[in-house]
Every structure is written in C-alpha cells, then in structure tokens.
Design a protein around this ligand. Sequence first.
Ligand SMILES: Cc1cc2nc3c(=O)[nH]c(=O)nc-3n(C[C@H](O)[C@H](O)[C@H](O)COP(=O)(O)O)c2cc1C
Length: 281
Amino acid sequence: MNNEVFKIINDRASCRSFLEKEIPEDILNKVLDAACKAPSAGGFQSYSIIKVTDKKKKEILVDLSRGQKFIAKAPVSLVFCIDYRRIKRINEVQPSPFNETNNFMNLWMSILNTALSAHTLCMAAESLGLKSVYIGNILNRVDKVSELLNIPDFVCPSIMVTLGYPKSITKQPLKYSREVIVHDEEYKDIEVDKLIEVYKIKNKNWKMKNQEKWINKIYETALKYHGKEYAEKCKNDIIKKGYISTYQYWFGCYYLEEEGFMDFDDYVKFMKEKGFGWIKK
Ligand SMILES: Cc1cc2nc3c(=O)[nH]c(=O)nc-3n(C[C@H](O)[C@H](O)[C@H](O)COP(=O)(O)O)c2cc1C
C-alpha cells in the first residue's frame, strides 16, 4: 500500500538548501489555501500567516534565528501566529463573553492550531515539488520578530516555515518506529537497553568528532545544571564511547540559554503586553 499521500509522508524531509528561484504566485497561493483548510479548535482558525519575501526582512529573520542563512536564500518564509485579534474585532461589533486569551489551555490549543495549519501547508507544498523546514528558533526572539512584522496585540508568532525549491534531493533522517512510539492501551516504558539500542540505530548516521572543545562545553553545561558528579559522568561516557552522541551535542552545546535570548520572565512580560493574561505573576 503506497498511495500518493504515503509517498509524500515518506519522502518529506526538512530542506536547508534552496534554489534562489521564486515560487509562482498561483502555486504559493495553492499551498496557502491548504493551510487554511486545517482543523482548528472550535473551528475558530485562531491563527494568521505572515508571508515574508522581502530580502531585508529575510536577512533580519536570519539574525533572529541563530544565523540560519538559508532563510535568506529561500524565496519565502511563512510566520504562523496564534491570532485572537480577529475574534476580538468581531466581538467589538457583535459582543460575546470572550475570555480565551486569559486561559492557558486556549493558548495551548492555538499553538496546536498553528502547527496543524503549518504542517498541512508543508504536505501540500511537498506535493507540488516544494520543500520546507520549520524554524523554531524565531521563538528565541519572538519580541523582535513581532516588531519586524508589525504584529499587533492578541497575535503572537508560533512557528516559521521556510519554503522553496530544493538545491538537491533531501532525505528524511531515520525515525523511531511505531514499536517505540506507540503504546498499547496504556503507557509502558520499554527496557532501557532496548531504548539505547533503538536510539543508536536512529542516530547511526550521526558522526560527531570527539573534540576537546565540545567535551569541555558539554562538561560545562552539565556542571551548570546537574553538578560535578553528573558532568564527570558525561565526560567519562564520551571518552569511553569515543564519540559525542546527538543528545550530548544538542543539549550540551546547542540548545542553551544564550545571551540575547528571551528567558521565562521575558516571555511572561511579552505575552502580557500582547494581551495574553494566562499567567498570574
Ligand atoms: C517545531 C520545530 C522547530 C524546528 N526548528 C528548526 C530550526 O530552527 N532550524 C532547522 O534547521 N530545523 C528545524 N526544525 C526541523 C527539524 O530539525 C527536523 O524536522 C528534524 O531534524 C527531523 O528531520 P525531518 O524534518 O527531515 O524529518 C524544526 C522542526 C520542528 C517541528
């Protein structure tokens, strides 16, 4: 059984190298139309999509997304935002007892809405020969992204999709299989030895040199969050294995709180200013 939908699901892969080739307007509109067809909580479609093609704006988005240069090369980036502003504006004319922006669960729902819309768009794009990649890093400076795109109150960026024609064929990385992901009737841990085995299989193409600078960085991060004993354990594990694993790299060297990124207090302040009052602090 391998119909067109399964083919697209299996062939989709994040693309980080794009041709500097425009997407014809009718094609882009088609995939944007698909994004508007996704399911949403209450059917409210509490999201908006900001289409960015302007060169200068794309370059600023590169800077706001940890310098991911391919964003500027791709013809378009789409910033998916949670959006309660439309509802608010309709309520100004036809009053209803709206309270969704003060409710954390509704924020959660809206984030899901944006994700479903974004992925519907990505799949539609694939079917037309386009490739995409999500850019979660816009969230590091969601305040600056909002400023750049003139995003008003009750609207907030959630995820960005960079879209274009691929420079070369992209291949989906190995994934955990159904046996690992799916639990029968209730959650059951698989044995840790089995877990390590599937983790190794999933990452078998990962090659990370055992360089001292990375080991030191991982040690430093582990020390900061988990203390000396755990930091030593990390270091000894790398030396024993002879390589740095994916998690050791990502959590020890990449996904770090960096200077200039928003922290928890910044997010709370930003969301409050945008009109979302779900955290009482
Ligand atoms: C919420 C989210 C945020 C992501 N952010 C980034 C990003 O900032 N930069 C990037 O290159 N890839 C990003 N990705 C893409 C993932 O790295 C990619 O989906 C993952 O490695 C699996 O590869 P695949 O998409 O080819 O299956 C993101 C994906 C998701 C779902």
